[in-house]
Each structure stands twice: as C-alpha cells, then as structure tokens.
Design a protein around this ligand. Sequence first.
Ligand SMILES: Cc1cc2nc3c(=O)[nH]c(=O)nc-3n(C[C@H](O)[C@H](O)[C@H](O)COP(=O)(O)OP(=O)(O)OC[C@H]3O[C@@H](n4cnc5c(N)ncnc54)[C@H](O)[C@@H]3O)c2cc1C
Length: 396
Amino acid sequence: VAPGEGSLVSWEEDGRRWDVVVAGAGPAGALAAYKLAREGVSVLLVERQSFPRWKVCGACLSPGALEILDAVGLGDVVRNAGGIPLIRMRLFAGRHEASLALRGSMVLSRMALDQALVSAAVRAGATFRPETRATVEGLQSERRRVRLAGPDLEEEVVEARVVIDATGLVGCVRGERPSVSPDSRVGLGAVLEGSSGDVPPGELHMAVGARGYVGLVRLEDGTLDVAAAVDPDALAGRTPAAVVGEILSESGRPPLPSACVHSWRGTPALTRSATATAEARLLRAGDAAGYVEPFSGEGICWALAAGLSAAGAAEEGVRQWRPERAAAWAAIQRQVLGRSKRLCHTLAWGLRRPRIVRSAVAALALAPSLAAPLVRRAGRAPAVGIFGPSRAREAT
Ligand SMILES: Cc1cc2nc3c(=O)[nH]c(=O)nc-3n(C[C@H](O)[C@H](O)[C@H](O)COP(=O)(O)OP(=O)(O)OC[C@H]3O[C@@H](n4cnc5c(N)ncnc54)[C@H](O)[C@@H]3O)c2cc1C
C-alpha cells in the first residue's frame, strides 16, 4: 500500500512511483537528488546523456559554489577530483590587458564535477538512470507523470509526487517555450589538446571582442577548456573555431591549438527565463528556470543554490502539495538569485559596448583594485538561507 500524503516513506513500486523524479544530472539536479536522498526521500535522477558527459562550460567554480558544496558536506569533491585553485584572471580587450587576482575559485572539468556530484547522490541513496530522456506530462491523481525514453527508445511512464526540472537550457516539459531575450548570445565550447597556447594552470584568460567573449582555462588533465558567448549572427557561414579565433585575435591573443579532445559544440540562446518557474508538483531549478550569461562565472553556483533550495521545497511538496507552493518557489528563486542575476544582466549590457569594455580594461590595467568589489560580489554565495526543512534539521 502506498503511503498517503504527509508521509515521507520511500515510495516505489517496480520503480514506477517515486516521491521525486529529478530530470537532468547537472549541478542543480545532482545536488537536489543528493539532498533529497539524504533526507530519506525516494528519488529517481534521470539524465538523457551517457555519463560522465562533457558540456560547454568555462569550468570555473566561484567561491560561492564551493561554499555551498562545503555546507552540504561535499566540500572535498572538487579537491579530490583534481580541482585547480584559480588565482588570476587576465582580461584582454582591444590591445589592453588587465590582470586581476582571484581568491577562493577553482577550476574543474564538468566531466569530473558532475560525475562526482552524481556519485554522491547515488551513495546517498538516489537511483540514477543515464541515457534516459524525461518528458514531463500532466497530473494524474496528485502525481506528475513523467515519460522516460531509454537508450533503445523503449518508453515507460513513471509517476512522482514532485518533479524537479533541472534540464538546463533544454527543458523537458512538452510544448513549453521559455522566453528568450532578443539579443541573447549563444554559447560555444571545445576542449583542446596540447601544451600550445600560453594559459598556465590556475589562470583564466578572458578575451572580449565586438561579437562576444572567450574564456580559456587549463583543466586538471592539462587540456585547454575554451568557452565563449557570441552573437548568433557571427556564426552565419562560419565555424565556431573561426568566430572564437577572430575574438582572440581582436584582443591580440595567439591562435588556439586545433586538435580537439571534445570538438566544438554550441548551446541554445543563453539569456532566457522559463515562462513559469513552478507549476503544480513541478519545480524548475538551475538554467531550466532561467539563465543570463557566463561572463561572471556564476552559473554553477546558481544551479547548486537552486538545486539545494528545490530539494527543500520538493521535500515539503512530497509531504503536502499546496497550490501556493508554485508562487512560493518563484519568490524563493527571486530572493536567492535575483540580485546576482540583475548584476549579471548589467554586466552583459556593458559587454556589448566595445568602447566601454576597452576603457574599463585600460583602467583596470592601471588600477586592478577597481575590480575588487565586482569580483567579490560575483564570487559570493547567494543567500541560500531558505533550504527548506532539511536545512533546519542539518543545522541541529
Ligand atoms: C559558454 C559557457 C561558459 C560557462 N562558464 C561557466 C563557468 O565558468 N562557471 C560557472 O559557474 N558557470 C558557467 N557556465 C554556466 C553553467 O554551465 C550552467 O549555468 C550550469 O551548468 C547550469 O547547471 P544545470 O544543472 O542547471 O544544467 P546543466 O548543467 O546544463 O545540466 C542539465 C542536464 O540535463 C540533461 N537533460 C536535458 N534534457 C533532459 C531530459 N529531457 N531528460 C533528462 N535529462 C536531460 C542534460 O543532458 C544535462 O546533463 C557557462 C555556460 C556557458 C554556456
């Protein structure tokens, strides 16, 4: 007999009914699954790709992201996986260059980070199904139906009291269209082989051009992570490597090595927000709820903060879902991430104005300390005071 509303007993019948189904095993989904499993909630974590998987990302973890991992007992995962302390950002625009000291950030490939978080979730008791695409469907007797398509495209339907959509920029709700900013940039990325290039471990090189910007970091295995945000029309008739090469040469940077470990990939439009961050028994977290741009390197931190908050909200929703939970979740997201995202929007506006960027970099070259308040602000953990009931239990 299935436990009734109000109970938190694991609830699975032949793997078809779950307290919570989490779609997407990026930082938001994996951390939500970890936290829920630790609270004894039955949780199925579904990921459409085989794992570990590479994704377009600058691979920089802000101090805020590391603070959140520490707070949930996962502080060691980044160091244990070979994370490299990030000590310097070199900023290039026009022929100007500024060098800014960083403190408390780390670099770790997304293959290693996301795998470590998923492993932690599985150790905590979550069930993980890679190579399985989730599509969220309607409600049926107080449960959300989720259609799962496995690697052989065989389909099955599971039910959950609460679903967390943590599918990043892709989305998993049938028919849903996020609202995309008309001047949104798109992401591009690759991992390149070899020692060529002049990016030592522990440095982030950021080149800003008229059509976008490019970040370069050395990963834990010595390969070079390249991640860019560019105007989509810059790609008309050109390869991602050519567009990125142009931005680098505009700012006086040497060309990139050509051999790829992970070849060039693009993302959908970046600046977006979900039409609703929550619906009945459905919470969106991380990029699935909305994203701005990667320049400030906060996306992973936002995703972790949202995943953690979503775990708290889902846990309460499993006990009892009230209609006002959807509005409450939207308010939590605004409260936790609103300020950081507003700041990131302002930064994105400035980055589209080459004269402002060149003057700012020239000024920072003379007085790097001018950037200190912004670097500190971008590195701070969001106010994740609202983790839900689990947070209260953890603190006691
Ligand atoms: C160019 C670029 C550079 C960036 N650099 C940085 C940086 O240096 N530092 C930083 O903090 N952030 C950076 N970001 C942002 C960061 O990558 C994202 O904000 C972060 O990954 C969001 O995490 P998430 O868990 O919400 O989504 P994701 O990490 O995107 O994970 C979503 C997962 O869901 C899976 N999925 C999708 N659809 C389905 C489905 N239907 N069913 C099951 N699974 C599904 C996907 O395969 C994916 O694994 C960068 C982004 C870009 C584009």
